[in-house]
Ligand binder design. Structure first.
Ligand code: NIG
Ligand code: FE
Length: 394
């Protein structure tokens, strides 16, 4: 008999286990029916059929329910202050979404204390955990001065390791007459102050924000400072964001709502993940991204929330999955894969997004017999328990 690892946990009686490891189970989700998982030292130590499960220090009975990898939300802006509920209501009454709303949040964020910013970010992180999310990428972008962007990134670093410098979100009001000067600041002193607190750099490449040349400059400066590239692109209309991202070898280009065939070809032949944010399209009453065309062309696809006070204030990955299935014609399997493994790929992580042996023990027990329930029962809280690095977080 093998000795159990101290602190190990056996989750037994799993009706459907999604591993995302095609070697371990059936189909694209690597599904095992009648399964068990053993967690030890914060990692996945064993998966397989329940009757073959080794012993562990503690045991949880899943009672025929389903276990999935924790959601990887690879795009959020949860360091902010203020409220834009009235802006949402005006939009639903016919006003268009304008990137200018970002400046409203910038003013509120600058006026907030560190404790207020951390309080909001922590509350939203807990909200995400409670809904089955175990990794959240967090961007700055509501500070837009050197001191404020650095402050926002310090707060982001308190809630996640996946921090992104988004000084190039929009040009702040005080630089309205000198956008070139703002670009010099973002790619110079602001980047110097922020790079030590960030893993990634991002740029909003869109009409009304930054054009292709400016975006290339931002990404190149970030690369020299050791940051990986991400891009917001093709959100409000067709544009150069996707091409700029693919050319720069960005890990991800996010939104991708308005794509032409050339954009889809570029994404299918490169390694840049198309991160789709259907909650934004829902909350800004836009068309949905052409997910089917992307998947059929072989492009890597992720789903994320974009949780922010303006364009989409949801932290629910299950809601995004339901939209992806209902509105974007993704299969339930494709949508779950995109919300887990897809997000991990968008963050260039191999230790999350799947439950292969050695992966981080980031997993979610659903109060459902099958993961199709995530789309089949929209709006219903289905998360029963969530482990991150083997620790119960919800
Ligand atoms: O990803 N597109 C740019 N930035 C955010 C919106 C931020 C806001 O409206 O406050 C986004 O949608
Ligand atoms: Fe965003």
């Amino acid at each position: 008999m093998t000795a159990t690892v101290p602190g190990s946990l056996l989750i037994d009686g799993i009706g459907t286990l999604v591993t995302n490891d095609p070697e371990a189970g059936e189909g694209m989700l690597g599904t095992i029916n009648g399964a068990a998982v053993v967690i030890a030292e914060g990692r996945i130590a064993w998966t397989g059929p329940s009757p073959l499960a080794p012993e562990a220090d503690a045991r949880v009975d899943a009672d025929g329910r389903c276990v999935i990898p924790g959601f990887v939300d690879s795009h959020s802006h949860i360091v902010f202050a203020g409220d834009r509920g009235r802006e949402f209501a005006a939009r639903m009454a016919g006003r268009p979404y304008e990137a200018g709303g970002i400046r409203t949040t910038v003013a509120a964020t600058r006026a907030a204390t560190d404790a207020e910013l951390l309080g909001t970010a922590t509350r939203l992180l807990r909200e995400a955990h409670a809904q089955g999310t175990t990794t959240v990428e967090v961007k700055s972008g509501y500070g837009l001065s050197t001191a404020e962007e650095e402050r926002c990134l310090r707060v982001a670093g308190r809630v996640t390791d996946e921090t992104t410098f988004l000084g190039a979100h929009v040009v702040p009001a005080e630089y309205a007459d000198d956008p070139a000067g703002y670009l010099d600041l973002v790619t110079g002193p602001m980047l110097d102050a922020c790079a030590p607190h960030a893993r990634w750099i991002d740029v909003f490449c869109e009409r009304g924000a930054f054009d292709a040349d400016a975006a290339r400059r931002v990404l190149e400066a970030g690369r020299r400072a050791g940051l990986g590239a991400r891009v917001h692109g093709n959100q409000s209309g067709p544009g150069p964001g996707v091409r700029v991202a693919v050319e720069a070898g960005a890990a991800s280009v996010d939104h991708c709502t308005h794509l032409d065939p050339g954009d889809i070809d570029a994404l299918a032949s490169g390694s840049t993940v198309a991160t789709l944010l259907p909650g934004v399209d829902f909350s800004t009453r836009q068309p949905y991204p052409p997910a089917r065309a992307l998947l059929d062309a072989g492009a890597p696809v992720a789903l994320a929330t974009d949780c922010n006070p303006g364009s989409c204030f949801t932290s629910s990955m299950a809601f995004c999955i339901a939209l992806a299935v209902r509105e974007m014609h993704m299969t339930p399997e494709e949508a779950l894969h995109a919300a887990t493994q897809g997000g991990a790929r968008a963050l260039r992580r191999t230790d999350i997004g799947h439950l292969g042996i050695g992966a981080r023990a980031d997993l979610t027990l659903l109060d459902a017999p099958d993961p199709v329930y995530l789309a089949y029962r929209p709006g219903v809280p289905l998360v029963d328990a969530v482990w991150k690095d083997g620790e119960l977080v919800a």
